[in-house]
Structures are given as C-alpha cells and as structure tokens.
Design a protein around this ligand. Structure first.
Ligand code: ZN
Length: 342
C-alpha cells in the first residue's frame, strides 16, 4: 500500500510502498479516507529535538484520520465491515493508576499512532477496537479532524461555558474549533485573539463575537472594557507564545479559569503571586481527549448539527503531496490541512 514514512533519522518524509497491515485479534483494519495533518507531523518531518528523542524509524506517520472498516480481527464484536469510523490515536495501557481512575488521556504508558507505532498517512491502518468510534453519519472529512477538534472540546467543555465570556488566545485550527464549540455550548460572548488576520477571519467565521489582533490591539484592556472591568470567565490559551500566556492570566477575571493547551517552546517565567494566586485562578492543563467522554460529547455536538467545523478546513491534498501539505502549515496562514486518500 502507499504510505508516508519517516524512514531515516534525518529531515524529510518519504512517500513509498509498504506492506498492508492486517487486523490482529481485537483489532479492525480501516481503509483510510481522510487524514488530518498536524504540527506533530511537521516536527517529525523536520526531525527536531523532540522527534530525535521519540521516533524510531521506519514508521508510517499520521494520527488524525477516518475511514471505513474493511476487515475485523478475531474476537471483535460490535464493529463490522463497511462501518465508517474514526479512532482515538492514543493507545493506552488500561492498567496504570490514571487509566484505572478514568484518566486514560494521561496514561503514563501511552503509545501514539504515527509516533510510536505505524500511523494513518496510508491506505490502511489497523486499530484496537477500544479506540475505534463509529461516525454515525458524520462525514469522514470531519471524522479525520476529530482528534484536534477533540482537543478543543476537551479544552472548552472542562470549563463552565453557558453564559460565560470566553477568550480564545491563538486562532490556529484548534483555537478556531474552540471558538465554535464555545458558541455551541452557550457562551454569552466569545472573543478571539491572534496576530494573523487570516486566522482572525476564520475565528470570526466560526462565531467569535469580537476578534482582536494582538499585534495592534490592547488585548487586556479591550477584554476588560468588554466585560465591565471584570475580565473573561474562561480563557483558552491555544498558542503557547509567552506574551500570550501572560495575556491569558491578565485577562482572566478574579476566580476565573485558564485552560492551557498551547505548548511553549521552552520555560516561561510566570509571576505566580499576581498572575494566578492572588486572582484565585484555576489552571487546567489540556492533553489529548478525555477517553472517552470528549469523544461522546463531540459526536453528539456534530450529529446534532450544533457545530460545523468545515470552514476550518482550508487545504486538501492527495497523500503523495504530503510535502505541499506541510508547506501549507508552515506558511502560518492555513486552517486545518487534510489529506484525501482513496
Ligand atoms: Zn495507562
């Protein structure tokens, strides 16, 4: 089958042919229809320090996908050939303290498809059934972005949203999803900030009541003015940029909540006393998707038509044009970039 492979310990990805996987016991084989390209794939392609310490080539990359079940392994029940599905790409151990207390998203033994084992930028992928979610009528192009959208659902829905003022800091694809989710979940006011006008336009299209260009607007003052001097009830920090992190804490109201999803490149000095403690702020670190609460919430929002994430998909490429897909992400102007397979 055709696949995008990290085949050497050096920059670059290779489009090549590899053996088609089979569905082992307790697994299903899925023909991939759409796959999402992520910053993680960029790190692997660029062979940065993280990739060098984590990736063991050769490995098929890609972890966001949806497709159709074409084979079921021994002992599989509840899933059948022809079903349209997506899957959680984090394969967790099921027996650590976190898994056993309903916190599989922070399993310490997590193995990720496209990182620690073969992934989804391929014609076929085999997955353990526990990770597989029937799409229930959701198109595969949306199924393929439910991994990053799930990060946004996890970020937004772990805060109290109905009637709240929500500030989304950073309007990449996950930030734009967060805007739409906050609207769908009943936020009274959604404000979005970024420094890229194209991304701000996308955030507006996803329902932001107000967009702020952090390069020219005073985000802290504007949010204060918009909230009668109180500040935002919930701030979703989706950028990881140090200045934006400080803005997140400074714009949150006393007793507000800051959801941290963006990953800073290095250490960021924080004035804990003034930015967090004296304001009584609750800080929540977002990693992955709650397994499987987030997925069920997301599927219900999507099947009920509460949210249409499709405006966020700005680029589509065939599998063989993975380099063009990565270039689109590098440009900084793209929303979600997806691959169309078969
Ligand atoms: Zn575990």
């Amino acid at each position: 089958m055709q696949a995008v492979v990290k085949d050497k310990r050096a920059p670059g990805l290779t489009v090549t042919r590899v053996a088609k996987p089979v569905a082992g016991p307790g697994e299903v084989l899925i023909a991939v229809r759409h796959a999402g390209v992520c910053g993680t794939d960029l790190h692997i392609a660029d062979w940065d320090a993280w990739a060098q310490g984590r990736i063991h080539p050769p490995v098929v990359v890609g972890h966001e996908f949806a497709g159709e079940i074409v084979q079921v392994g021994d002992g599989v029940t509840g899933l059948s050939v022809g079903q349209s599905v997506t899957a959680e790409g984090h394969i967790v151990c099921g027996h650590c303290l976190q898994c056993r207390t309903g916190n599989g998203h922070i399993c310490k033994n997590t193995r990720i498809i496209g990182v620690d084992r073969d992934g989804a930028f391929a014609e076929f992928i085999s997955m353990p059934t526990g990770n597989v979610l029937p799409l229930q009528g959701i198109p595969t192009e949306i199924g393929a972005i439910m991994d990053p959208m799930g990060n946004a659902f996890h970020t937004v829905l772990t805060a109290e949203i109905p009637g709240s003022t929500v500030l989304v800091v950073g309007c990449g694809p996950i930030g734009c999803f967060a805007v739409g989710i906050a609207r769908a979940a009943g936020a009274a006011r959604v404000i979005a900030s970024d420094i890229n006008p194209k991304r701000l336009a996308l955030a507006a299209r996803m329902g932001a009541h107000l967009t702020l260009n952090a390069a020219s607007d005073d985000v802290v003052q504007t949010v204060a003015a918009e909230t009668g001097g109180e500040g935002a009830d919930v701030v979703c920090e989706m950028s990881g940029v140090p200045q934006a992190l400080h803005q997140a804490f400074r714009t949150a109201r006393m007793g507000g909540r800051v959801q941290l999803l963006g990953i800073p490149k290095g250490e960021v000095p924080i004035d804990f006393a003034n930015e967090i403690i004296f304001k009584g702020i609750t800080v929540y670190g977002v990693i992955g998707r709650k397994m499987y609460e987030t997925w069920h919430q997301m599927r219900r929002f999507l099947t009920a038509g509460l949210l249409d994430p499709r405006p966020v998909i700005t680029h589509r490429f065939p599998l063989a044009r993975i380099d063009d897909a990565l270039a689109a992400i590098r440009s900084g102007d793209a929303g979600k970039v997806i691959l169309e397979i078969a």
